[in-house]
Design a protein around this ligand. Structure first.
Ligand SMILES: Cc1cc2nc3c(=O)[nH]c(=O)nc-3n(C[C@H](O)[C@H](O)[C@H](O)COP(=O)(O)OP(=O)(O)OC[C@H]3O[C@@H](n4cnc5c(N)ncnc54)[C@H](O)[C@@H]3O)c2cc1C
Length: 347
């Protein structure tokens, strides 16, 4: 009898996971992707289209940091192939630069840095004379930038072309997904914040999308602990100027004062082309909610009844794009381990 796997969520995590699962389907299995929002929709609670997005490693040696570092490395290698093979996917490799004025302890710990940076193409520390005034720690490397709405739309197209089905629907409970169609044994929960998980919380982010082009993605940590960054979006998608990280802040409105501060810092720190004459051509303010979780993502297979599993994959916080492919592979591996998929590709 044919079986349907339901994947909840059409953000970067749900789409990446659905595509990976498609590589392991048995002939009798198909996938239904169910989501409240799809890439053509906008909502403050749908994080993916608002992401910058770039890859900037996060040094550390906690279990979460090491797990994410591993997922990020696999995603980096995967996106290199996507950028080379499919330019319309909205991924481009460019130079990444980091300038920190007051580096936190993990940046000064050699092992924490070694855990996350050396795999990057051309990675090197900046000599003191190469760093701008006030910068105590600087590095440069090859990294990628993502036009996040374009990349999500590309993945959705690919999923459908591979035979996947979609349904726009808001679930009241994760278990409702078992009743959406006949014979559902596995539900994959990539809903961003999960369903009533007390460990989940949101991190508000405000950025500004401008037309001015920029050739590198630069991140600067200011002496007051705030961060400034510029992220050029591929395919003429403008440049994202960021940004704030405000845990538990539910304000849906952009703050004009924040916009002015972000742009003033960008004018000071980032090398925009001389044609801009120091002026920014603002397209829009962006406010989004990063779906975070204490301790990091929940990637876990939960047996909810005889022959029924919910496989969780939510809580990516501020790193959903950077770790997306690694997370998708980890979810598929968990499903293979539980016998919910087959090891050999059948496509
Ligand atoms: C301003 C900003 C800048 C960022 N910059 C970066 C960056 O540079 N690099 C990076 O890697 N990440 C960045 N992020 C973080 C990134 O956007 C998130 O980590 C990522 O989008 C999370 O993806 P997700 O698929 O888990 O969640 P989401 O994109 O939020 O998707 C969740 C999906 O689940 C669906 N859903 C939820 N509840 C239900 C329900 N009850 N019923 C049906 N469907 C449901 C939603 O409709 C949606 O389709 C940034 C985020 C913001 C806001």
């Amino acid at each position: 009898m044919s079986e349907t796997i339901v994947v909840i969520g059409a953000g970067v995590i749900g789409l990446s996971t659905a595509l990976d699962i498609q590589q392991h389907l048995r002939r009798s299995q198909s996938i239904l992707l169910v989501a409240r929002e799809f890439p053509s929709d906008t909502s403050i609670n749908y994080a993916s289209p608002w992401a910058g997005a770039h890859y900037r490693p996060v040094p550390g040696s906690s279990p979460q940091a090491l797990r994410e570092a591993n997922q990020a490395q696999r995603t980096y290698e995967f996106l290199k192939r996507v950028a080379a093979d499919e330019p319309a996917a909205g991924i481009r490799f460019i130079q990444g630069v980091e300038h920190l004025e007051a580096p936190p302890p993990e940046y000064l710990d050699r092992e924490s840095v070694r855990n996350v940076y050396p795999h990057l193409d051309g990675f090197r520390a900046l000599a003191p004379h190469e760093a701008p005034a006030g910068v105590k720690w600087g590095v440069q490397y090859g990294t990628y930038v993502v036009n996040s709405p374009v990349y999500c739309a590309y993945m959705l197209r690919k999923f459908i072309l591979n035979g996947g089905s979609t349904r726009q629907y808001t679930l009241a409970h994760v278990n409702e997904a078992f009743s959406l169609t006949a014979n559902v044994k596995t539900v994959v929960n990539c809903s961003g914040t999960g369903f009533d998980d007390p460990q989940s919380f949101i991190i508000r982010g405000q950025t500004c999308l401008i037309r001015n082009p920029c050739s590198a993605t630069i991140t600067r940590q200011n002496s007051d602990g705030s961060w400034s960054f510029c992220i050029p979006r591929p395919l003429d998608g403008g440049t994202i100027i960021g940004g704030t990280k405000q845990p538990h802040d539910w304000d849906p409105n952009p703050s004009l004062e924040t916009r002015s501060r972000l742009l003033a810092n960008a004018a000071k720190w980032f090398p925009f082309t001389p044609e801009s004459g120091g002026k920014f051509d603002v397209i829009r303010d962006i406010v989004g909610r990063r779906p975070a979780r204490e301790g990091g993502m929940r990637i876990e297979a939960e047996k909810v009844a005889e022959n029924r599993y919910v496989v969780h994959g939510y809580g990516a916080g501020g790193r959903g794009f950077e770790i997306s492919r690694g997370v998708a592979e980890d979810i598929s591996a968990l499903m293979l381990e539980k016998g919910l998929l087959q090891a050999k590709a059948s496509l």
